[in-house]
Design a protein around this ligand. Structure first.
Ligand code: HEM
Length: 298
């Protein structure tokens, strides 16, 4: 599904050549088609709701530290009984699915979700005015945004800084969220290129010019492809929407021997309008990246 037609037939969210990679669980979602923001939602098999890999222990230890030391930055909830109820409902599902659920009952249920999985968690609930808002969340691994700025906001307001979101995705996503059913959970992917592999990245990229430490020769080691795998499902009891974010990162060097993928990445970056290029923080690395890809393809 994509291009605003959430109910329509499956349409790949991936660029030419990508489906095989996607099936192998390797997320390379950039596309060199003409630019357009896409919903790119696909049916989710709930057996694949959570992803567990070799970073599980390290990721959970880092989250534990963040929740203990910087709770105001990573945990947020609207003070409303429905927000609490939605978080409790999500927790009951996450606790049953996690290989190691958090046993601390003193922690807010939404934080327990994040401390039990490599995913971060948001619940959106209609707290009375007819629009779902970010009611509770524990986000330890944000990609350059701050949770405190999003609490209590509608999905459209949350996305206000995203270039072209309002025009290209605002209505389709609102309609999609409205129609999201308990029986048809979905997943989707976002991608970014970052010059910092920290998982906790609440700082928006500065609009200044190129990062002097990234050169055409070291892009492979200094630039990471950061993909967010997100899932959305309607919770059956409270009717809230559960949204998960799971980060997958790899240095670009890991793609160096794959000309098809590099060509597609090059095409995807070149296809970005200026505003999107800036929003994604690519002014810091764009020129060096193009030169590095050209070298790798030689
Ligand atoms: C089908 C549903 C959704 C779509 C299609 C969507 C799409 C997007 C896109 C295209 C971006 C920009 C990514 C980039 O290029 O870097 C974005 C950013 C973001 N999304 Fe979503 N999104 C969806 C649902 C959600 C939900 C449910 C939440 C949480 C409540 C959320 C939270 C965010 C945040 C916090 C950002 C960063 C905004 C900023 O920079 O301030 N998204 N989303």
């Amino acid at each position: 599904m994509g291009d605003g037609d959430a109910a329509g037939p499956a349409r790949p969210a991936f660029g030419p050549g990508a489906p095989a990679e996607a099936e192998a669980g390797e997320y390379l979602p950039f596309s060199d088609r003409p630019f357009r923001l896409r919903m790119g939602v696909r049916a989710l098999d709930l057996d694949d709701w959570l992803e567990v890999d070799g970073h599980f222990d390290d990721d959970l230890a880092l989250k534990q530290r963040l929740v203990a030391e910087r709770p105001d930055e990573v945990v947020a909830a609207v003070d409303h009984p429905l927000a609490r109820a939605a978080a409790e409902e999500l927790w009951s599902l996450v606790a049953a699915a996690s290989p190691r659920p958090c046993a601390d009952p003193t922690v807010h249920p939404i934080a327990r979700c994040a401390l039990s999985t490599q995913e971060d968690w948001v619940v959106l609930a209609d707290l009375g005015d007819g629009t779902p808002v970010l009611a509770a969340a524990c986000v330890c691994f944000p990609t350059r945004w701050r949770l405190v700025e999003k609490v209590g906001l509608s999905n459209r307001a949350i996305h206000a800084p995203v270039a072209y979101y309002d025009e290209q995705l605002g209505d389709p996503v609102d309609g999609f969220l409205d129609r999201l059913s308990v029986e048809r959970p979905v997943w989707r992917l976002n991608w970014n290129l970052v010059d910092d592999p920290s998982l906790f990245q609440p700082v928006r990229p500065s609009p200044s010019g190129p990062d002097a430490e990234v050169t055409a020769d070291n892009v492979g080691e200094r630039v990471w492809l950061r993909v967010e795998r997100q899932t959305l499902r309607r919770l059956p009891v409270t009717g809230a929407i559960a949204f998960s974010i799971r980060i997958h990162q790899r240095p670009l060097a890991s793609l160096a021997g794959r000309p098809d993928v590099l060509r597609r990445l090059d095409g995807a970056v070149r296809a970005l309008p200026d505003e999107t290029f800036r929003y994604k923080g690519l002014a810091a690395i764009g020129t060096q990246l193009e030169a590095w890809i050209a070298q790798a393809l030689r």
